[in-house]
Design a protein around this ligand. Structure first.
Ligand SMILES: Nc1nc2c(ncn2[C@@H]2O[C@H](COP(=O)(O)OP(=O)(O)OP(=O)(O)O)[C@@H](O)[C@H]2O)c(=O)[nH]1
Ligand SMILES: [Mg+2]
Length: 172
């Protein structure tokens, strides 16, 4: 097999602080590492899907996502294959800020593959993924999926739905 048969796809896992991004990456990845800078850190994970495809997950410093110019620069320069946007489903007071992250990415490129993971569905106070979709006016072109970040099956389903988006399929 030649090198050209191997592909690494970069997936950004983004969301507000404490949404569960690092836990998600930890659950899905074969290996993880953290890259520490002065005031912020990136968290990375790798998953070898098979001999041809490796997924690299990258979590930007969540304190920066409120910075619109930083976000635009990131989305413009990262050349990500897709985005997993994570929201803490128990914190309805953060949904507006979360929506602005989604709009920033969609506003930059409407064809960018994106899925929303409504995390912490194991908590009794969590809003359901359907209610979050309706509340945030998320259209049917963006999958909104229930998630618990340490539940391998749910985390895998989020990644699979993103891969379907990347391939331009609906997945159902
Ligand atoms: N109950 C519950 N707790 C979760 C879930 N996902 C993450 N947590 C908890 O939420 C806290 C934050 O999780 P992290 O994975 O560090 O979240 P993060 O988005 O990477 O946080 P920052 O990088 O600090 O922004 C931790 O205490 C986790 O154990 C979940 O699905 N359910
Ligand atoms: Mg983290």
């Amino acid at each position: 097999m030649s090198d050209s048969d191997q592909q690494t796809l970069k997936i950004i896992v983004m969301g507000l602080p404490n949404a569960g991004k690092s836990s998600f990456i930890q659950t899905i990845s074969d290996e993880v590492h953290r890259q520490q800078h002065a005031f912020s850190s990136w968290f990375f994970g790798r998953l070898a899907v098979d001999q041809y495809l490796t997924l690299q997950f990258a979590e930007p410093p969540s304190g920066k996502v409120a910075d619109f110019m930083w976000m635009r620069e990131l989305v413009g320069t990262m050349r990500a294959a897709g985005y997993i946007l994570m929201v803490d489903s128990t914190r309805s007071q953060s949904f507006g800020k979360f929506a602005s992250i989604l709009y920033t990415i969609r506003g930059f490129d409407l064809t960018m593959p994106v899925v929303v993971a409504t995390n912490k569905q194991d908590q009794p106070s969590a809003w359901s993924h359907e209610d979050i979709r309706i509340g945030l006016h998320i259209g049917s072109d963006v999958p909104v999926l229930p998630c618990v970040a340490n539940n391998r099956a749910l985390v895998e389903e989020v990644v699979v739905q993103l891969l379907y988006q990347m391939m331009g399929q609906t997945g159902d």
